[in-house]
Design a protein around this ligand. Structure first.
Ligand SMILES: *[C@@H]1O[C@H](CO)[C@@H](O)[C@H](O)[C@H]1NC(C)=O
Ligand SMILES: *[C@@H]1O[C@H](CO)[C@@H](O)[C@H](O)[C@H]1NC(C)=O
Ligand SMILES: *[C@@H]1O[C@H](CO)[C@@H](O)[C@H](O)[C@H]1NC(C)=O
Ligand SMILES: *[C@@H]1O[C@H](CO)[C@@H](O)[C@H](O)[C@H]1NC(C)=O
Length: 416
């Protein structure tokens, strides 16, 4: 059973159906975030008020990021010209990013996968790029509103979410039937679920933040958004693509199951959230080995990117699982495998750069580990704590202290 602080207990008692309707004795509503720890946001806000310099520096980065989104969006799946391959323009559509036409055939068929080599033509379908703009902007704008109280941030975030998910004219259908299609061979694949699972859980936290009373976001918006997520979760757990992605043995499976856990908690399916949290232990046993290497990830041509990608899913998953009483941080597999060892494995290259990394990496990004090691240090990993001052900040600056959960900092999707 998790122990609730008085203020978070107060918030929970006042929020039947997930709707904050009343304030606690301390006059603070704790955001019911599913990845982030809501109480940590409350604490950071009060420390900012008391003039904490480190947090103020992070806030300057956060507001600069938020400002950069103020004149962009909202985006919508219905903006594309061509509704194919399905007749409904309300379906999300993307093309597999690493597939290329066959140079030896007149029609380019069959397409071939080149691991880690992004095909810019896949961006002819605008939904993936726009979804990533939507994920990032929603999160950054909601956080910026939370810490500054500037209504314009919350109103823009609310408009972005309503347009993408809720407005009947523009709303996305809650499925990924046509994500990561491959020309000549498929109209969509289970692998396309990662288009959402990598970052979508941040939007759930953004809405939990806006639901503490943000201008522009209403309780009926919360109800409608809950309903969308209920249907999306059913698709993820019941469709053949959803089942295939959740059974994937590598990072696709980690992200799919982390996303299901987050959605289960968000929609109030506690038994599903607890069961999927337990399942993480099986994946740790099979994906991480005793010395912290992740062989399935290291085998990619972008091994540092993939090792960080998968570790980021575990670190986020651990934050969700903690809320349903499952401790993934303390968990050790039969050979001693753990999230801690996986983080530890990346430290030399995170600090020393590519010369400290002995595996193939086509495009080494020195900051790829920074959020992961911040997150590892935050949950008490001593080796990560020791190197915090030596980690290169990501583009846009380090905002970890204001949203203590890792994001993937070296996404293959170039949103700006
Ligand atoms: C098209 O989309 C609708 C609504 O999501 C879905 O019911 C239908 O199965 C899809 N058709 C194909 C061919 O994927
Ligand atoms: C929770 O999820 C499980 C598995 O998908 C499902 O069978 C069950 O009906 C859900 N419970 C609720 C209350 O939605
Ligand atoms: C980690 O362990 C595996 C399996 O024993 C081994 O092949 C690999 O070389 C080790 N890597 C390091 C960096 O120690
Ligand atoms: C989100 O967008 C901001 C503004 O463009 C950018 O600085 C930041 O790096 C992005 N965050 C992630 C995790 O990609």
């Amino acid at each position: 059973m998790r122990i609730l602080s008085i203020s978070s207990l107060g918030a929970l008692m006042c929020t039947a159906a997930g709707l904050p309707i009343s304030e606690t004795a301390e006059h603070v509503i704790v955001p019911r975030t599913v990845v982030l720890d809501g109480q940590r946001l409350v604490d950071a806000k009060s420390q900012l008020r008391r003039g904490n310099h480190r947090l103020k520096a992070a806030l300057d980065h956060l507001t600069a990021q938020a400002d950069s989104w103020m004149n962009q969006g909202p985006w919508m799946v219905t903006a594309k010209d061509d509704p194919s391959p399905n007749d409904t323009i309300h379906n999300y559509i993307s093309q597999a990013p690493f597939f290329w036409p066959n140079p030896n055939s007149a029609d380019g068929c069959p397409w071939r996968e080149k691991d880690g080599v992004y095909n810019p033509d896949s961006d002819q379908y605008p939904d993936r790029m726009n979804a990533n703009r939507m994920f990032n902007s929603t999160y950054v704008l909601s956080l910026a509103w939370y810490y500054t109280g500037k209504a314009a941030y919350a109103k823009h975030a609310s408009n972005i979410v309503r347009t993408w998910f809720l407005d009947p004219m523009t709303a996305m259908n809650p499925n990924l039937d046509h994500a990561q299609l491959v020309p000549c061979s498929s109209l969509g694949r289970s692998y396309g679920i990662i288009d959402f699972s990598q970052e979508y859980s941040a939007v759930l936290d953004a809405i939990a933040i806006l639901s503490t009373g943000a201008p522009g976001w209403t309780t009926s918006n919360t109800v409608a958004f809950q309903d969308w997520n209920h249907r999306f979760l059913s698709w993820l757990t019941e469709s053949s693509f959803g089942k295939a992605e959740s059974s994937n043995a590598a990072e696709h499976g980690t992200y799919a199951n982390m996303q299901i856990t987050a959605l289960a908690l968000f929609t109030g399916n506690m038994s599903l959230a607890a069961a999927t949290s337990e399942f993480a232990k099986k994946l740790i046993n099979s994906q991480i080995i005793a010395n912290g290497s992740q062989p399935k990830e290291i085998s990619h041509t972008r091994s540092f990117h993939y090792a960080n990608l998968n570790l980021g899913a575990y670190l986020r998953w651990a934050l969700v699982a903690k809320k349903v009483g499952v401790d993934l941080i303390a968990y050790k597999g039969p050979q001693g495998q753990s999230i801690f060892e996986a983080a530890n494995f990346l430290i030399p290259a995170a600090v020393g750069g590519q010369s400290e990394w002995s595996y193939e990496e086509l495009d080494f990004k020195p900051y790829a580990s920074t959020d992961n090691l911040d997150a590892a240090a935050d949950v008490g990993f001593y080796q990560a704590k020791k190197v915090l001052g030596k980690l290169p900040p990501p583009p846009g600056g380090n905002i970890f202290s204001l949203r203590p959960a890792p994001q993937q900092l070296d996404s293959i999707i170039k949103i700006q």
